[in-house]
Design a protein. Structure first.
Length: 369
């Protein structure tokens, strides 16, 4: 019997298979930019990026300067694009670690250009998400950035906001975003600008809009073998979930009818119940607002009851004989005939897998195989 409290078993071969499956959907000339922000969606950024680099990936994206520095110092040699904002006063570190910074709007770009040394950037374009980017109609401002000696513009990209939906109005909006981006590129090229690398798609962009391919597809969630939620996509590559989440039983007790379990006395035993306590809580990434969730113990479903605590969770094991301290409980993964997907946890918590995985806590020991 092991001694780990709570751990994630991460299948690196699965990540490489998922990469190959997604690469198989891209047209010739379009390559994967691996998005390994937020600790590679909880899977461990340096190990995952190293595994992807070994499989031939040469372009990576992160959310922050610090994430970029961590990747670079871990031995990633290819392009590392920082997708989020970096204060212009930190541009020296971007240069020191050979990171490509996103110009999140024209104002940011001009401030970065003040550093005065051809700083490598990619220009973000706002085609309708209205989060980051220079508005797609600002062709002259973007042309000025290409011609600004303070910047070395490596590429230009935009981001879809409803590419995960196959509803008609969402499909129409995604097509509109694509058209706005392509019109801008055509306009810039007409003015003699060499636009550099172009990219629009993230995972759902590839799955639902394969025709929107650019020089890169920025893939996050699908590399980890899951979708953001249950539901249909146009293309359905074979993906293998890379992560299983396990924890250990710490204590088992039998309660008479009428007793309650946990904070707020949120669960009351209508009949006598056997309750097992698990070594996982919301600080480990198990959402506190789960409803209808269960874990797997001895190959059977054990319903989560009461409030998920910071470090512990209670489950009913009344119908499961022989549960004892030290037993392994599966939170995500397979035990016997049952499998819990990250999508299930996300659904029970009213969220998406991206959030569930990205919030896996630091205390969760990552075990690679
Ligand atoms: C996180 C992110 C991605 C990756 O999205 P997935 O849906 O996980 O593939 C791509 N592009 C941008 C700008 C992002 O922020």
């Amino acid at each position: 019997m092991g001694t780990k409290r709570t751990w994630a078993e991460i299948n690196l071969a699965a990540i490489q298979q998922n990469l190959a499956a997604m690469q198989g959907l891209l047209p010739a000339g379009s390559r994967v930019m691996a998005v390994v922000k937020a600790n590679a969606y909880g899977h461990g950024s340096t190990t995952v990026a190293g595994c992807l680099q070994a499989a031939g990936v040469q372009h990576f994206a992160v959310a922050t300067l610090q994430e970029g520095i961590e990747l670079r110092t871990s031995g990633i040699t290819g392009e590392i694009l920082v997708l989020g904002y970096t204060a212009p006063s930190l541009a020296k570190q971007l240069i020191q670690y050979r990171l490509t910074q996103t110009a999140v709007d024209a104002e940011h770009a001009l401030a970065l250009a003040q550093v005065g040394r051809g700083l490598p950037v990619q220009l973000k374009v706002d085609t309708g998400m209205h989060r980051l980017g220079t508005l797609h109609t600002q062709q002259q401002a973007l042309k000025g950035l290409y011609n600004n000696p303070g910047l070395s513009v490596k590429g230009i990209y935009t981001h879809f906001c409803v590419a995960d939906s196959l509803e008609k109005q969402d499909v129409d909006f995604t097509h509109l975003q694509t058209q706005r981006f392509n019109n801008l590129l055509a306009g810039l090229k007409n003015e003699g600008i060499f636009v550099g690398k172009t990219h629009l798609q993230s995972s759902y962009g590839v799955l639902n809009y394969p025709d929107a391919a650019g020089d890169f597809a920025r893939l996050g969630i699908t590399l980890f073998g899951v979708l953001s939620q249950h539901g249909k996509t146009l293309l359905t590559p074979r993906l293998t979930p890379a992560l299983a989440l396990k924890t250990r039983v710490s204590s088992v007790r039998t309660l008479p009818a009428g007793e309650t379990v946990g904070y707020a006395r949120a669960f009351c035993c209508q009949t006598p119940q056997t309750v097992a306590t698990l070594c996982i809580g919301y600080a480990d990434g198990l959402p506190r607002n789960l409803t209808n969730g269960y874990v797997l113990l001895h190959g059977q479903k054990a319903p989560i009851v009461g409030r998920v605590c910071m470090d512990q969770t209670s489950v009913l094991v009344t119908g499961i004989p022989g549960v004892k301290a030290g037993d392994t409980a599966t939170i995500i993964g397979t035990d016997g005939n049952h499998t819990i997907m990250a999508q299930d946890i996300a659904q029970w918590a009213g969220s998406i897998t991206n959030e569930v995985l990205a919030r896996l806590g630091e205390r969760v020991e990552r075990q690679y195989y």
